[in-house]
Design a protein around this ligand. Structure first.
Ligand code: 57M
Length: 358
C-alpha cells in the first residue's frame, strides 16, 4: 500500500523513490510483521487464556506433554494478523500474485479457524471432520491454481532442481499438481506442529529460501544469469515471504520451549498453504520438498507408520509423526527441536545452491 500511495509522489519528493525497491520493502515487511507479533502476542495470549482456549492433551502421547495441558492455542491468529497487515502495508497491491497468495493464506486460515473453533470452543475433540477439512483445502487450492493457470503468460513447465534441461510441461495437469503441492504443504506443516517451536523454525527457513527464490525469479537479469524461469511480478512475493519470516520470528518468542502459546490449525494450515502457493507461483514447486524436507519426513513417517501397521500389524516408529519417536527414545524436547532446525537450515542452504548448480 505504501508503494501504491507514496511511490507516485517521488517526482515531488525524491526520497520516496526508495519505495520502488523490493529489497527495501521486504526488509520493512519483516520488521513490521515482527513488531506486530511482539505487540499483539501478549494480548492474544491473554485473550485466548481468558476465553479458556486451552489445549487438551491426548493421554496416549508422550507423557511429557501432559504438563502442557491448558496452554492457550490458536496463537496462529497473531501470525495471520502480522502477515496480512505487513503484506498489505508493504507489497504492491496491484500485483496479481500478491492477491492470490493472500487469498490462499486467508482461506487456509479460515479452515484452521473452523477446526480450532470446534475443538476449543465447542469442545468437540474431533474438530472439523477430515473429509470436510480436506474438501475445503482442495477448494481453496483449486481456486488458487485456477487463478494462476489463467494468469497472463503463466507457464505450466516445471523446473527440476539440479537439472536445467529437464523441463516437463504439465499443461492442464498443472492444476491438480499445484493443488497437491499447496494442500500437501499445508498438511505437512500441520503434522510437524507437535513440539514447541518445531514447525515455526523450518517455516522461517523455507520462507527465507523462497524470499530469495521469488526475488531472483522476478528479476530479469538475475533469472537470466541463473537460468531460472523469469516470472514477471513474482519479485513482490519476497515482501510476502518477509512478512511470514517476521511474523514467525515474533511468534517463536512465545512458542519457544517452554511454550506459552501454540499456533493451532489457524497457524499451521495457512503457513503451509502460503509456502506451497509461493512455491507454485515462483515456479520452484519441487524445490519445496527439499527446502521443507523436515515437513516431508514428518508426513512420510505418518504414512509409513499407518501403512506398515495396517499391512503387517507392526510399527516402523515408536510413534508417528517422527518427533514423537525421538521423544519416546528419551531425547529432550529442545534437543529434538534444535536438531530438526539444524537439518532444516542445511536443507535450506542446499536448496539455494540449486539456483546455481544446474
Ligand atoms: C496435529 N498436533 C499436536 C496445537 C498445534 C494421523 C495422525 C498422525 C495425526 C496426528 C495429528 O493429529 N497431527 C496434527 C498435531 C498437538 O498440537 C496442537 O495441534 C496444533 C497443530 N495442528 O498448534 O494446537 C499437540 O502437540 C503438542 N505441541 C507442542 N508444542 C507446540 O508448539 O508441544 C504442539 C505445538 C499439543 C502439544 O502436546 O497438544 C498433536 O500431536 O496432537 N496425530 C498424532 O500426532 C498422534 N499420533 C498418532 O496417533 N500416531 C499413531 C498413528 C496414527 C500414526 C502411531 O504412531 O501409531 C499423536 N498425537 C498426540 N499424542 N498428541 C499421538 C499421541
Amino acid at each position: 500500500m505504501f508503494y501504491n500511495l507514496l511511490y507516485p509522489l517521488h517526482t515531488s519528493f525524491s526520497f520516496l523513490n526508495v519505495f520502488r525497491y523490493i529489497t527495501f520493502r521486504t526488509i520493512y515487511a519483516i520488521v513490521t510483521a515482527l513488531v506486530i507479533s511482539f505487540v499483539i502476542g501478549p494480548w492474544v495470549t491473554r485473550m485466548l487464556k481468558n476465553r479458556q482456549m486451552g489445549q487438551t492433551i491426548r493421554e496416549d502421547g508422550p507423557k511429557s506433554h501432559l504438563s502442557k495441558s491448558g496452554t492457550p492455542t490458536m496463537g496462529g491468529l497473531m501470525i495471520l494478523i502480522a502477515i496480512l497487515a505487513s503484506t498489505l502495508l508493504w507489497a504492491d497491491m496491484t500485483n496479481r500474485y500478491i492477491w492470490l497468495v493472500l487469498f490462499s493464506t486467508t482461506g487456509f486460515g479460515l479452515i484452521g479457524f473452523m477446526d480450532d473453533y470446534l475443538k476449543c470452543i465447542k469442545k468437540d475433540p474431533k474438530g472439523l471432520l477430515p473429509r470436510y477439512k480436506f474438501s475445503l483445502q482442495i477448494g481453496v487450492a483449486l481456486i488458487t491454481a485456477l487463478g494462476l493457470y489463467f494468469s497472463p503468460a503463466y507457464s505450466t513447465i516445471l523446473s527440476v532442481p539440479f537439472f536445467k534441461n529437464v523441463t516437463p510441461d504439465l499443461g492442464v495437469f498443472y492444476i491438480p499438481f499445484a493443488i497437491l503441492v499447496i494442500v500437501g504443504a499445508s498438511n505437512a506443516v500441520n503434522l510437524t506442529d507437535g513440539l514447541d517451536g518445531l514447525a515455526v523454525g523450518p517455516v522461517m527457513v523455507t520462507a527465507m529460501a523462497y524470499l530469495i527464490v521469488s526475488y531472483v525469479s522476478g528479476h530479469v537479469d538475475f533469472s537470466q544469469y541463473l537460468l531460472i524461469p523469469h516470472i514477471k511480478g513474482a519479485g513482490e512475493l519476497a515482501v510476502f515471504c518477509g512478512s511470514i519470516l517476521g511474523a514467525s520470528l515474533g511468534f517463536l518468542w512465545f512458542n519457544a520451549y517452554p511454550a506459552t502459546i501454540f499456533m493451532g490449525d489457524i497457524g499451521s494450515l495457512p503457513l503451509g498453504g502460503a509456502l506451497g502457493t509461493v512455491a507454485v507461483i515462483s515456479k520452484h514447486e519441487l524445490l519445496l520438498a527439499l527446502v521443507g524436507g523436515i515437513f516431508v519426513v514428518e508426513a512420510l513417517s505418518v504414512i509409513f507408520q499407518v501403512v506398515s501397521f495396517k499391512s503387517r500389524g507392526k510399527r516402523v516408529f515408536l510413534m508417528a509423526p517422527i518427533h514423537h519417536h525421538y521423544e519416546l527414545k528419551g531425547w529432550k524436547e529442545p534437543k529434538i527441536v534444535v536438531r530438526f532446525w539444524i537439518i532444516a537450515i542445511i536443507l535450506g542452504l542446499i536448496s539455494l545452491s540449486t539456483l546455481k548448480l544446474r
